[in-house]
Design a protein around this ligand. Sequence first.
Ligand code: G3P
Length: 218
Amino acid sequence: MKIFVDTAQIEEIRKVKEWGILDGITTNPTLLSKTGKPWKEAAMEILKEVSDKPVSLEVIATDFEGMVKEAKELAKMGDNVVIKIPFTVEGTKAIKALVSEGIKVNVTLVFSPLQALIAAKAGATYVSPFIGRLDDISHDGISMLEEIIQIYDVYGFETEIIAASIRHVDHVRRCALLGVDIATIPFKVIQQMFKHPLTDIGLTKFLEDAKKANISII
Ligand code: G3P
């Protein structure tokens, strides 16, 4: 499972990159607004930091022509730019147009298997089902994901699934068990994935015993 970081904060991106587990970045207007920087400056900083991995940047136009125009501008910002298009009828037309010009598209705001089916048929590079936001309204985000995986497997769609709106480590565990292609995870949740109290207790004991036994390797 590839790990994307769902953030526009450059410090968070740098840390995950240092840890050696970064496969890509997803942003949206909300995440970019939280940086407090002009959006273009924040986006360019990210594209420079992870120039060899996909970085999703979202359009804000909602009509076909506007989305295509904005997507082409965003695509000029770097070879690794992936255009995030909201799942709508106009967005679906834009997916087809952009993909036919070699521009990679990540279809966002997907909340049902049928929306994911349409996105794949339109040729989307990635589809982003929102797990947490479905859970928030007492639906089951993971079940939606399971059905999308099943449909894509049955028909052999090449669209990669990015599990998005991940809220906690159990979401990540369940995504991994389902074999999802990618999970885009908030920085805080990635930090939590490292944690287990028995690891900390075990390490303390090993270090105490190393001292007792006068073990000094170098
Ligand atoms: O990047 C889109 C998605 O992951 C947003 O998540 O937490 O705002 O529902 P959230």
